[in-house]
Design a protein around this ligand. Structure first.
Ligand SMILES: Nc1ncnc2c1ncn2[C@@H]1O[C@H](COP(=O)(O)OP(=O)(O)O)[C@@H](O)[C@H]1O
Ligand SMILES: [Mg+2]
Length: 373
């Protein structure tokens, strides 16, 4: 039976009271729906594994509550939680056949042989390893991708309430990773088991998850669908972690109910921003950031009083678009922008000084806090 997973003011402090104290989870509060494929996303060290290990019961939270459905599981030991877990390292037993690896969770539950056989066969079909099961080799005879499928089958075979995956694709090569993203979605949708998928790779999280939570330094910064996070990032950190966001340093020069006008520092360029694109409640005189996605910006050789000068560092042909890396002189230090154009600009070369323009109707306003990842 699939369950909701709910966190209420969950805190985890390693080394509490010592000089090496690490506050790894800070008042984490949110709910994962029944049958949802939920991603925990954030840079290395932000607390993803800590939250997953505590969800599994492999570690104990310092304060707060965790629920599976209506049951408070905060202090319930892992073997009573009925969870399936998959790690980056596969963690298969090399001395057992793949059948016995997958059967393991049923054997410890003392399930009769005929049901074990049926369940293992079903789940190996689900993960696409029916042919390998016939040969039934040791897992060491399989490729990395196949071993990870065995690990997923082993976690699913006893119908867990919750499936936990910690960077499960990190050891696979780039092409297989992309393929396995879709496979994980397919398998999860077929079983409908509430699943938490941890990754530091934003593209992977956006591709895999129904919803995502973005973590930074133990705090949940924002929760939403890929589309919500991409188009309505709450702050500069989320904006730049979910896809690229280029930031101009600016200050607010006027504000009313209709729009806030910010001037890009040391340029005199003024941009009017509507309330729905204001992700900070800034007052006149406040320092802010004007953020634009690579596709909202353009490079041009034409002079314009609405353009910011910059120097082209690198031009990359990325298939359906061309990426221009441009060093723009900000008031703090030169900043490298990523600007995506639909086609190669014949008159622009690496090393050229050009102008950067942007779609004034799409850029958004952010607080300077959280600009750095
Ligand atoms: N057993 C531990 N003892 C002390 N600190 C830890 C322990 N495990 C994790 N941490 C710290 O907690 C923070 C979060 O770590 P982790 O959850 O592993 O991050 P992530 O999985 O997002 O990379 C890091 O600062 C890490 O150093
Ligand atoms: Mg981790």
């Amino acid at each position: 039976m699939s369950k909701t997973v709910r966190y209420e003011n969950v805190n985890k402090i390693f080394g509490l009271g010592t000089k090496n104290e690490v506050h790894a989870l800070k008042d984490v509060t949110f709910t994962i729906n029944e049958g949802e494929l939920f991603c925990l996303l954030g840079p290395s060290g932000c607390g993803k594994t800590t939250l997953l290990r505590n969800t599994a019961g492999l570690d104990t939270i310092t304060s707060g509550k965790m629920y599976y459905g209506d049951v408070d599981i905060s202090t319930i030991p892992p073997y009573k939680r009925n969870i399936g877990m998959v790690f980056q390292s596969y963690a298969l037993y090399p001395h057992m056949s793949i059948f016995e690896n997958v059967a393991y969770g049923l054997r410890v539950r003392k399930v009769p042989n005929d049901i074990v056989k049926k369940k293992v066969t079903e789940v190996m079909e689900l993960v696409g390893l029916q042919e390998e099961l016939k040969r039934n080799p040791s897992p060491t005879a399989l490729s990395g991708g196949q071993q990870q499928r065995v690990a997923i089958a082993r976690a699913l075979v006893y119908d867990p309430d919750v499936l936990l995956l910690d960077e499960p694709l990190a050891n696979l090569d780039a092409k297989l990773r992309r393929y396995m993203r879709a496979e994980i979605r397919r398998i999860q949708k077929a079983t409908n088991i509430t699943t938490i998928f941890v990754t530091h790779d934003q593209e992977e999280a956006m591709a895999v998850g129904d919803r995502l939570a973005v973590l930074r330094k133990g705090l949940v910064e924002q929760i939403g669908t890929s589309d919500e996070l991409y188009n309505q990032p709450r702050n500069a950190f989320v904006a730049n972690f979910i896809g690229k966001m280029n930031f101009f340093n600016a200050h607010v020069v006027s504000k009313d109910a209709e729009e806030t006008v910010a001037e890009i520092d040391s340029t005199g360029i003024r941009v009017a921003i509507k309330p729905e694109r204001q992700h900070v409640d800034a007052k006149v005189g406040d320092q802010v950031l004007i953020g634009g996605r690579p596709e909202y910006l353009s490079v041009t050789t034409q002079a314009s009083d609405k353009a910011v000068p910059g120097k082209v560092r690198i031009i990359q042909h990325l298939g359906s678009f061309i990426r221009y890396e441009v060093e723009v002189n900000g008031n703090i230090s030169p900043v490298t922008f990523e600007i995506d154009m639909d086609s190669l600009q014949k008159d622009i070369h690496e090393g050229d000084t050009i102008n950067v323009t942007f779609d004034q109707s799409r850029v958004a306003l952010f607080s300077p806090e959280g600009r750095e990842i």
